[in-house]
Design a protein around this ligand. Structure first.
Ligand SMILES: Nc1ncnc2c1ncn2[C@@H]1O[C@H](COP(=O)(O)OP(=O)(O)OP(=O)(O)O)[C@@H](O)[C@H]1O
Ligand SMILES: [Mg+2]
Length: 441
């Protein structure tokens, strides 16, 4: 189902739109302020947004840019009164899809939605022709990635636990989110738990919840994320960091879908799909005795291994171009492309931090850019510099070696110690000591 978001403080407009959109099969969210609207945009990833230009807390135009940057694939329709048509036109120039003058009719809404569908279809055909996949913000043209995405789609609707592995910054978090969005759980919560970010007690209570008084500081009952995510998905990031006692409790949950809150004896049953992620080898951790083998088997019913960016160089260019557009828009820069040698450099660099590193480099470059094109000058030194002639480290010499060679050379060109020491700028006694040290006769 498609999702729409309405950001307008006029209750009657919201209600009217809600009725039309629901009839057209949309799941509809609404917000009466810019702040709430932005928050919803980032959590419900709508396909269409209806944005009023006059909001109580901020001007709609001010948040438009941020919205486009956060959800570049979402179509934004400006709702406008007659008096603000000029601004609406400006909004369209900034990247909004279209505007609807108030009051509008159902026919107008149907027409604009048809248009969005047509444009989306054309864009997706263009991408298919170029071999690019672009779904939920995940961009790729790598065949290896396409296979992984296919498997992810196939398992999305099952309750099978999925383990996503891959180096840091390869898109594990993004893929976890997509699996949720592709599943029948999409309208229920997607809840993330960072297993590395919390102390044992806190993590346990975060995941399973606690009863008042379960530990010092537990001043009231708390619902755990497993419960909050009922009917949805829990994403356990950095699963390798769970302590043995949490591993045991999670194992029990994966076996019979039941758990207890801390300090409670009553069992809670929930219907939650678990997706785990790790950049470590759980197999190694099992071998070293740091991760339970039975839990490992339960977790990786389906394992999706995301290749590092250097193993899919065909993705570098499209990712760089996508993020350049996004950051240019966000920072009001006119840069719209790369010089060819800069792109080539990006394509040969090894990207140890993967896509996250690429995104950061493009953001920095965009901010520093002054013209229409991003050049070497805007790349961080360690990326720009390695383009210089490769250096032969074997030929590097120590200072002592150079001193020895230099003294030998001067001695061979002079007739007396006095003469040589004068040229070298040291006294004859020092020269004598150095000759002894370096075995020069
Ligand atoms: N294929 C992709 N297309 C577009 N953006 C991507 C892609 N893969 C990753 N990204 C972006 O790169 C950044 C890092 O991705 P993500 O956080 O999912 O990686 P991760 O594997 O979870 O990293 P870590 O192990 O460090 O948590 C995010 O901003 C994400 O949106
Ligand atoms: Mg992550």
């Amino acid at each position: 189902m498609q999702t729409a978001l309405i950001i307008d403080d006029d209750r009657s407009i919201v209600t009217t739109l809600e009725i039309y959109l629901e009839e057209l099969g949309f799941s509809v969210h609404s917000a009466a302020t810019a702040a709430k609207g932005l928050e919803l945009l980032k959590t419900c990833h709508p396909d269409i947004v209806f944005l009023d230009l006059k909001l109580p807390d901020q001007n709609g135009l001010d948040i438009l840019k941020e919205m486009i940057a956060a959800e570049p694939l979402c179509a934004i329709i400006i709702i406008t009164a007659y008096a603000t048509i000029d601004t609406a036109v400006r909004a369209v120039k900034m990247g909004a899809f279209d505007y609807l003058p108030k009051p509008f009719t159902p026919a107008q809404i149907t027409r604009v939605i048809e248009m969005i569908k047509r444009v989306n279809k054309l864009e997706s055909q263009v991408r298919t022709l170029k071999g690019i996949t672009q779904e939920g913000g995940l961009i790729t043209r790598s065949r290896r990635m396409a296979k992984i995405l296919k498997t992810a789609r196939q398992v999305a609707d099952s309750t099978a636990t999925v383990l996503i592995t891959g180096e840091s910054g390869t898109g594990k978090g993004l893929l976890a989110r997509l699996i949720h969005d592709w599943s029948h759980r999409a309208s229920a919560p997607f809840v993330m738990v960072d297993c590395a970010g919390l102390y044992e007690n806190l993590l346990e209570s975060d995941l399973f919840g606690h009863r008042k008084g379960a530990f010092t500081g537990a001043i009231e009952d708390k619902e755990g994320k497993l419960k909050i995510a009922d009917n949805g998905t829990v994403f356990l990031d950095e699963v390798s960091e769970m302590t043995p006692s949490i591993q045991a409790k999670l194992l029990r949950f994966l076996q019979n879908r039941e758990f207890e809150r801390l300090g409670d004896t009553e069992s809670i049953r929930v219907d939650v799909r678990v997706v785990g992620a790790t950049n470590k080898s759980l197999e190694d951790l099992v071998a070293e005795g740091h991760f339970r083998q039975d839990l490992y088997f339960r977790m990786n019913v389906v394992e999706l291994n995301l290749p590092p960016l250097r193993e899919r160089p065909e993705d570098i260019r499209i990712l760089a171009e996508f993020y350049l557009k996004r950051f240019a828009l966000l920072n009001e820069k006119k840069v719209s492309g790369f010089t060819e040698d800069t792109l080539e450099r990006l394509e040969t660099y090894k990207w140890p931090g993967n896509i996250r590193e690429l995104v950061n480099v493009i953001e920095r470059g965009t901010i520093l850019s002054r013209g229409n094109q991003l050049t070497f000058r805007e790349l961080p030194p360690h990326i720009a510099d390695s383009n210089k002639m490769p250096v032969d480290r074997e030929s590097f010499k120590s200072l002592a070696e150079m001193e020895k060679n230099h003294i030998q050379h001067i001695l061979s060109q002079t007739d007396s110690i006095d003469d040589a020491s004068k040229i070298l700028g040291i006294d004859p006694a020092t020269l004598w000591r150095k000759r002894k040290k370096y075995n020069i006769d």
